[in-house]
Design a protein around this ligand. Structure first.
Ligand code: ADP
Ligand code: MG
Length: 307
């Protein structure tokens, strides 16, 4: 489901070149619960950003569910992201002005989920994290653990295949962390793929396996045969990347791979093909870091501009 083949991310600062990720190869199968563990500065968040299609690799290739990620535009990546990935962050990134219910609902509004279905999904998600009775509370009226549960409900409401969590328990005490980990176990048991990034050995050890990262190197990917079929290290060749039956997983209009004629499709009818910034009110920066264009994964308009 997630295949990194020699992925590098390079930051250049003046004369210095830093490989935040240095030829990382790894494979995470559908339905796995994997932790990525490493010390501060080892490249974990960089890895998560690429895995979550919030950023793209400078070198190497990333195949997500059969999709060659480097070949998509920012606009298309936003749609892939919204459909496939639920993000959970250390600092929860809830919107302070909105109550729990509204926070969970917001990404669904941007995805243009019809109102009735939105209400159902919000209720279901908040019940699942046991906070439906607090639905009218704003973040500052909730504890840290409760805020993180709202953030998990927000991720769940979009029904992603993969949950990507970056230090989700980093701001929580150990008892509350356990409750959050319980939710990840529950999501895993329902068949979701979980990738949990942490520097905490205790948290990491709860996953089925751990991938270690240090100085941008993956030390232990724990799998030398990513496909389990003896064809080690083979990623789909560009000319054959749709021969695996995964083509149907994205809508036809955003699947530019069916004939390999990338770029020949008419421009999207969405006039804001510029990173979606203009479509999102300032207050809707879901990750609270001001990076509306890049990080508005949960809130971006999801594909109503299909041709
Ligand atoms: N935007 C950036 N510009 C320059 N260097 C960066 C940037 N983002 C991260 N880095 C550097 O890349 C390395 C990995 O960072 P990061 O992925 O955030 O590590 P972690 O999440 O494991 O703490 C660090 O040395 C960090 O300073
Ligand atoms: Mg980090």
């Amino acid at each position: 489901m997630i295949i990194f083949d020699n992925v590098s991310k390079i930051y250049r600062m003046g004369d210095e070149t830093l490989y935040a990720l240095d030829h990382v190869s790894l494979h995470i199968r559908k339905g796995e619960f994997v932790s990525i563990i490493g010390p501060s500065g080892s490249g974990k968040s960089t890895l998560m950003n690429i895995m979550g299609c919030l950023d793209v690799a400078d070198e190497g290739s990333y195949i997500l569910d059969g999709l060659p990620i480097e070949q998509y535009t920012e606009d298309e990546l936003a749609k892939i992201r919204n459909r496939k990935i639920g993000f959970i962050f250390q600092s929860f990134n809830l919107i302070g002005d909105l109550n729990a219910e509204e926070n969970v609902e917001l990404p669904l509004i941007y995805q243009r989920v019809p109102a009735r279905e939105r209400k159902e999904r919000v209720k279901e998600a908040l019940e699942k994290v046991d906070l439906y009775n607090r639905r009218e509370h704003r973040p500052n009226q909730l504890s840290g653990g409760q805020q993180q549960r709202v953030a998990i409900a927000r991720a769940m409401a979009s029904k992603p295949d993969i949950f990507l969590a970056d230090e989700p328990t980093g701001n929580l005490d150990s008892h509350t962390s356990m409750q959050i980990m319980e939710l990840f176990h529950e999501l895993h048991s329902e068949g979701h793929t979980i990738v949990l990034i942490t520097h905490d050995e205790g948290v990491a050890s709860q996953a089925e396996r751990s991938i270690r990262i240090r100085d941008g190197h993956v030390e232990d990917a724990s799998t030398s045969d990513p496909y389990g079929d003896g064809q080690q290290g083979q990623t789909p060749a560009p000319s054959d990347r749709n021969g695996d039956g995964q083509q149907g997983q994205i809508p036809a209009s955003s699947d530019r791979n069916s004939d390999g004629q990338q770029g020949q499709r008419p421009a999207p009818s969405d006039p804001n093909g510029d990173g979606q910034q203009g479509q999102i009110p300032a207050s809707s920066d879901p990750y609270g870091d001001g990076k509306a264009g890049q990080n508005a994964a949960a809130a971006e308009n999801n594909g109503e501009d299909r041709t």
